[in-house]
Design a protein around this ligand. Structure first.
Ligand code: BGC
Length: 348
């Protein structure tokens, strides 16, 4: 069968490859892949900066934002033809306390594995196998849009963490700033609106689909710097990974505020006085600045509810390009108007 593979650590090594059928050890449920989303993490892996092949192998099958149709359900209660999404992370084998209770997204020893990212093959293949405990059924009526489930889980977790942290004190948040209007930022804004918040989204783009997508949500779209905005948000969802934006977010957020970092970016150098400045800002304003990654099964449930509640035509606009697997290079080459590029392996 054909699959998109990459040699982790080797820039430009991604290609559509001939590989063997998926190994049974990857799971008893056999799935025909319909679509796989391309995300920033895939770009990092393809550029040689991230990712790990399975032990003893050179190449990794890429792809962690999946949507597939069950071909062989094995002994599960699944039916042939059901649509499913694979969970990305697997608990470490020790397991650490968090993995032991199903919170692998909070793995505390780093021994977790991730499909298409860390030591386990991913979903950019004509067929995949998934363990019954690590897939979720999705509503067929979502069609290809169910490929947005995985990125939505990442922000569902971030929001859950924000709410958990908010309980440290009396907390009545109203204003949210989302920095970066990529898929993660837009889905974070969607949840903010669903929670009844006054949502502001900041991005560099002045043209393309982003401004309209934000306005259609009922949120406000801004360009420029965080400092220019003149708002004092209770919550910042930082989705750029850019240090200058993070530092400005800490300055702008209201006292008692929460800054959630979801983006990873290049290690840039900050002006020498800034870390000290950040310390004073964080202490004197009782800030929580924290990172959030990945998602556990609970977040897949929450994310499915978010997508079910969202306006379908809005979700459709997030998928800006559908590309066939043999044009994978084209799919991986970012265009300025891209939001979510999807590799189409089959028809939902
Ligand atoms: C994925 C997460 C994963 C993270 C780090 C993200 O793109 O959505 O599931 O944990 O990358 O590898």
């Amino acid at each position: 069968m054909q699959a998109v593979t990459v040699v982790p650590g080797a820039a430009g090594s991604a290609k559509l490859d001939d590989v063997g059928e998926p190994a049974l050890e990857l799971g008893s449920v056999l799935v025909e892949t319909l679509a796989v989303g391309v995300c920033g993490t895939d770009a990092e892996i393809v550029s040689g900066n991230y990712g790990w092949a399975p032990p003893g192998e050179e190449r990794l099958i890429l792809g962690h934002e999946s949507l597939g149709r069950v071909i062989d359900p094995g002994v599960t209660g699944l039916a042939v033809g059901e649509h499913v999404v694979g969970i990305v992370r697997r608990p470490d084998r020790v397991p650490c306390p968090n993995c032991a209770v199903g919170e692998w997204d909070m793995c505390s020893n780093g021994g977790y594995t991730e499909r298409g990212i860390k030591q386990v093959h991913g979903f950019m293949a004509e067929r995949c196998r998934i363990e019954p405990d690590y897939l979720v059924r999705v509503d067929k009526r979502l069609g290809i849009l169910a490929v947005l489930l995985e990125p939505t889980t990442v922000v569902a977790k971030a929001w859950e963490q924000i709410y958990a942290i908010g309980q440290r004190t009396f907390w009545d948040p109203n204003t949210v700033l989302v920095t970066g209007a990529g898929p993660i930022g837009l889905l974070a804004a969607l949840i903010g609106v669903q929670l009844g918040m006054d949502v502001h989204v900041l991005d560099r783009a002045t043209t393309g689909p982003k401004p309209a997508l934000v306005r259609q949500l009922g949120a406000s779209y801004h360009t420029g710097t965080v400092s220019d905005l003149g708002i004092s948000p209770d919550i910042v969802l930082e989705c750029t990974g850019a240090l200058p934006v993070i530092l400005q977010a800490a300055d702008a957020v209201a006292p008692g505020g929460i800054v959630c970092l979801t983006g990873i970016g290049p290690a840039t150098t900050a002006p020498a006085n800034r870390p000290a400045g950040l310390t004073n800002t964080a202490v004197l304003k009782n800030l929580v600045i924290f990172g959030s990654v990945n998602a556990n099964r609970r977040h897949y449930y929450r994310a499915a509810k978010v997508l079910a509640k969202a306006d379908r035509s809005w979700l459709e606009q997030l998928v800006t390009r559908r590309v066939l697997p043999d044009a994978v290079d084209d799919a991986l080459a970012k265009r300025s108007d891209d939001i979510k590029v999807v590799l189409e392996f089959g028809q939902p």
